[in-house]
Design a protein around this ligand. Structure first.
Ligand code: GRF
Length: 207
């Protein structure tokens, strides 16, 4: 199976997936890592691991609906050049058009740093602390047209501790993301995830 990973920055989730794919011998390869930001730190890691990289910079497309659609069309063209079976969003900070999400329906995953459906959007950790939540976490889900929605594959829960600030909570959640996201991607490439309406069923074993 060909996996294409999209990043915008540091790429630590991408790194965790690359390492797990190699170490655990998944029936898959990372075909490419693509960023919408030329300066994304994760690109260097991918290159140093012999993985093809590409940049599709959103800035020259400008602003507005037409620009967004044109960017998504170009991104889709570049992604599809790598013939992906799965597209993995790993800290990819772009809102995607329905045309794009529809094209990858059932074969695009995202990780979001909250326990969905709570706290869609940005600043999730700060908002969880301000709301007085005693737990926080992260969610892996299939991507649909609606931002941070879509059938849930996996969730990791961590405590919110007294005295936590945003960065302390983010670090605690991120360490769980690095375990959960590789597992979820592995389940997909092993054919163990079945989308059943709004939910995901997990098939056991080797089927
Ligand atoms: C992660 O917390 C992820 O959940 C969120 O953005 C962050 C990306 O970090 N969507 P990294 O680029 O994978 O290090």
């Amino acid at each position: 199976k060909n996996i294409v990973i999209l990043i915008s920055g540091r790429g630590s989730n991408m790194e965790a997936i690359v390492k797990a794919c190699a170490a655990e011998g998944w029936p898959a390869r990372i075909a490419a890592v693509i960023s919408n930001r030329p300066e994304a730190g994760g690109l260097a890691f991918a290159q140093s691991h012999g993985i093809a990289t590409a940049v599709v910079d959103h800035k020259p497309f400008g602003k507005g609906d037409a620009a967004r659609a044109a960017f998504d069309a170009e991104l889709q063209r570049v992604i599809d050049g790598f013939a992906p079976d799965l597209v993995v969003l790993a800290g990819f900070m772009r809102i995607l058009t329905p045309g794009f999400t529809g094209h990858y329906a059932g074969r695009m995953l995202n990780i979001h740093p909250s326990l969905l459906p709570a706290f869609t959007g940005l600043h999730t950790h700060q908002r969880a602390i301000e709301a007085g939540c005693r737990v926080a976490g992260a969610t892996v889900h299939f991507v649909t047209a609606e931002l941070d929605h879509g059938p849930i594959v996996a969730q990791a829960v961590v405590p919110v501790l007294d005295g936590d600030d945003e960065s302390a909570l983010a670090a605690r959640v991120l360490s769980h993301e690095h375990r959960m996201y590789p597992s979820a991607v592995r389940w997909f490439v092993e054919g163990r995830l079945v989308i059943d309406g709004a939910r995901v069923r997990h098939r056991d074993g080797e089927s």
